[in-house]
Design a protein around this ligand. Structure first.
Ligand code: COA
Length: 374
């Protein structure tokens, strides 16, 4: 695949941020309340006492220090522990579309483009707030784009899968320029009462504009040299929420209607899968690992990214080779590798090659090899 470029990227960051300290204080207050309320059952051995969380564990195990969120108040209230988002009327723009529009406007401006230059919108993300009408069509309407839009979900790999879909559409002549947008309110699917995962996610939106190489107007454009996607079924990251289970996600019995994972297994299984996939993909494109100037990796766990980069490069990476945004943003699902790309793409030289790589539930993994052209 050549001839298609990423000509602009955009990032919407929510105004509020929650530090590990704030999150752990709320969690531990919840634990204390729960254990106090169930003291007799705990004493009798019929209820298991909850264990407190720790700031040190979170940073050491994941590299996360804070996360941006769309509603801080609800998340850090031990009585609530989830984002409280007032429902909007059908006449108002939905929150996901609003975030997507903000990120898209930046991507368009960066590319020196306006809505009239674009004819396709793909909203590619893990956490769609409704089934229909597609959020992508609402974004299309809000931006004033003539053409078509659709939503797609491949969990954390949605952005790279969306990039391949958009690039294929442009290549085949079905679109002249396409926006791939990744609005993620991950705190909506996170169980803030689960010690193993309450710290993992944050909220954000990213956008990517793709167009033909000959149409590019702005600098810092990256040509797509190749894409490679892979999926392999696994239950190790799962969320069973859906229309066929209409019970409250608040009750203990419904914990699996929120994000659940076997984090250790994910770590062990995904690291070899992704590093092998990057190595094979480079070979397919007649590239050597030492030609890679940058790896914009999915942002789920710092140790995981260091290990993947080490396996690919066969040496210890320096900080600039695989930039981290995880400390500030936490895991933002499909948006993570795009935030890293957005923030760390301007300092490369023309001709430099890098790879955007995502991985997550499914399992799913996606590579996009890119080369800076101007
Ligand atoms: N505070 C303090 N201690 C905690 C804790 C918390 N919040 N959560 C777990 N622990 C404890 C565990 O009880 C365990 O204690 P034990 O050894 O006494 O049993 C210990 O810390 C290790 O727990 P574990 O879950 O094995 O930690 P880990 O080192 O594997 O890190 C993850 C957990 C989730 C951060 C890590 O496995 C990970 O990021 N995996 C990849 C996940 C991923 O990429 N997911 C994709 C999502 S889209």
């Amino acid at each position: 695949m050549t001839g298609i470029v990423i000509s602009g990227t955009g990032l919407f960051t929510p105004a509020q941020s929650v530090s590990n300290e704030e999150l752990v204080t709320a969690f531990n207050a919840y634990v204390e309340n729960f254990n106090g309320e169930h003291a007799a059952e705990i004493e009798a051995g019929t209820v298991e006492a909850l264990t407190p969380s720790s700031v040190e564990f979170i940073e050491k195990a994941s590299g996360i220090k804070a996360r941006y969120v769309v509603d801080k108040t609800g998340i850090i209230d031990p009585e609530v522990m989830c984002p409280r988002l007032p429902e909007r009327s059908n006449d108002e723009i939905s929150i996901l579309a609003e975030m997507a529009v903000a990120a898209s406007n930046e991507a368009l401006a960066q590319a020196g483009r306006s809505a009239s230059d674009v004819d396709a919108v793909l909203v590619a993300c893990s956490n769609l707030q409704r089934p229909y009408p597609a959020i992508a069509i609402e974004v299309q309407e809000a931006l004033g784009i003539e053409g078509f839009g659709f939503d797609m979900n491949v969990a954390c790999s949605s952005a790279t899968f969306g990039i391949q879909a958009a690039a294929d559409m442009i290549k085949s002549g079905n679109s002249k320029a396409a926006l791939v947008v990744n609005p993620e309110i991950c705190t909506g699917h996170l169980n803030f009462r689960d010690r193993d995962s309450h710290f993992i996610f944050g909220d954000v939106a990213t956008a990517i504009l793709l167009e033909k190489k000959e149409d590019v107007r702005a600098s810092n454009a990256y040509e797509i040299l190749g894409t490679k996607l892979k999926t392999k079924f696994s239950n190790n990251i799962r969320n069973n929420f859906g229309f066929l289970n209409r019970t409250s996600p608040e009750t203990a019995a419904d914990k699996d209607k929120l994000f659940v994972q076997e984090g250790r297994k994910v770590f062990k299984e995904v690291v070899p899968m992704v590093s092998a996939m990057i190595t094979e993909h480079l070979e397919d494109n007649n590239l050597r690992a030492d030609q890679l100037k940058r790896l914009w990796l999915h942002q789920a766990n710092l140790n995981m990214n260091v290990l993947i980069t080490k396996k690919v490069l066969s040496r210890d990476p320096d900080e600039t080779e695989a930039p981290t945004i995880l400390d500030e943003y936490a895991n933002t699902s499909s948006a993570g590798s795009i935030i890293a790309f957005h923030k760390h793409k301007e300092d490369l030289d023309v001709g430099d090659v890098g790879i955007i790589c995502s991985f997550g539930a499914g399992y799913s993994a996606g590579n996009v090899i890119v080369q800076k052209i101007n």
